[in-house]
Design a protein around this ligand. Structure first.
Ligand SMILES: [Zn+2]
Length: 282
């Protein structure tokens, strides 16, 4: 078990895919300058921001559980930030991964070495083992990837959405790794229907949110995918869709990471089940 776990963790270093706006490959950050900002969300749940995906931490006297762990070089700073809360000296007992991308799982190795147990969807392990390159044809329930988890803390009424919900504009959807726009819409609609209306929402990336923000995001996904689906039905090519700027009415969602053209391409690939070469992730 232990050997298996170690193997998984070592292989996680191979997983270079990132899903946030500042990607490793573009510009490796100066880790020494990254500061971990801690925000109390509710009760004993905190949100930690540094570089990469948001972290949720449930900090109790008996120990700590974190959701996602950013990058390996930040693990010591994350541990220090948790200690600074002065609630417990106990270590991080469990790390839950929302999905396999490197900006959410990069800290798995140091946290595991320090004794944390790692918990994730089975497909997270599979993808970390294979370096994240294998596609599966969309046969498994899928959202941002085919191994997403949404983590709800019922006592404190806080949810961590992973990258099924992000605040940087049009989202990156990892279609090559079994993700799909329909999967994201389904996941968000199910979550919105089941969660308490006043739940506090930690997005995969960006500021603390609420269910209205999730609904606006889901509405955009539904509208934009319907427009691209109609264009596909009308036998338009991808190039025509870009030239006609069919997502112009949703331009306010465009970001540095995913612009209108790349989002048209993402939706086209998702809706046509195309798993080949498409949006470069770095
Ligand atoms: Zn991601």
């Amino acid at each position: 078990m232990c050997k298996e776990l170690r193997t998984w963790m070592v292989l996680s270093l191979v997983g270079a895919l990132l899903c946030g706006p500042a990607t490793w490959a573009q510009q490796q950050p100066d880790w020494s300058k990254v500061q971990i900002k801690t925000t109390k969300v509710s009760g004993n749940i905190y949100m930690l921001e540094g570089q990469g995906g948001n972290i949720a931490a449930s900090v109790g006297e008996d120990g700590i559980v974190i959701v996602d762990d950013q990058f390996a070089p930040l693990a010591e700073k994350i541990q220090a930030a948790l200690k600074d809360l002065k609630i417990t000296d106990k270590p991080v007992r469990f790390v839950i991964n929302t999905h396999y991308h490197g900006d959410h799982t990069g800290g798995n190795v140091p946290f595991n070495n320090a004794g944390s147990t790692l918990i994730a969807h089975d497909n997270v392990r599979k993808r970390l083992e294979t370096g994240g390159t294998a596609g599966n044809g969309g046969s498994i329930t899928s959202g941002h990837t085919d191994g997403d988890s949404i983590i709800f803390f019922p006592k404190n009424n806080v949810v961590h959405m992973g990258d099924d919900f992000v605040r940087y504009g049009f989202p990156f959807i990892d279609v090559a790794s079994g993700g799909s726009v329909q999967g994201m819409i389904d996941a968000m609609e199910k979550a919105t229907a089941q969660l308490p209306p006043d739940v506090k929402v930690i997005p995969g990336h960006g500021a603390l949110s609420n269910l209205d923000d999730v609904r606006a995001f889901t509405k955009m996904l539904k509208e934009t995918s319907a427009v691209v689906q109609k264009a596909i039905n009308d036998h338009k090519t991808l190039e025509q869709m870009k030239q006609e700027k069919i997502l112009a009415p949703w331009a306010k969602w465009k970001g540095d990471f995913v612009n209108e053209d790349t989002f048209i391409e993402t939706l086209y690939n998702s809706l046509t089940n195309h798993k080949g070469e498409f949006m470069k992730h770095n």
